[in-house]
Write a protein of this length. Structure first.
Length: 60
């Protein structure tokens, strides 16, 4: 987050823990497979959703 966002969060929350690096701990498990058949999977424990979207107009 940018410094301004962190400053605002610190003003609103007493016990703010700022992680030094990103972690998948809070995000659950997500997976994406790219190839002839595209697959996306979201962790159901986190109300996960998998969405495959065709962004290439030449592929149907």
């Amino acid at each position: 987050f940018c410094e301004q966002a962190i400053k605002q969060l610190k003003a609103e929350f007493k016990n703010l823990n700022i992680w030094q690096q990103r972690s998948l701990y809070f995000g659950g498990v997500n997976a994406v497979q790219h190839g002839q058949t595209n697959v996306a999977i979201g962790d159901s424990r986190r109300m996960g959703v998998g969405l495959v979207q065709n962004i290439n107009p030449h592929i149907s």
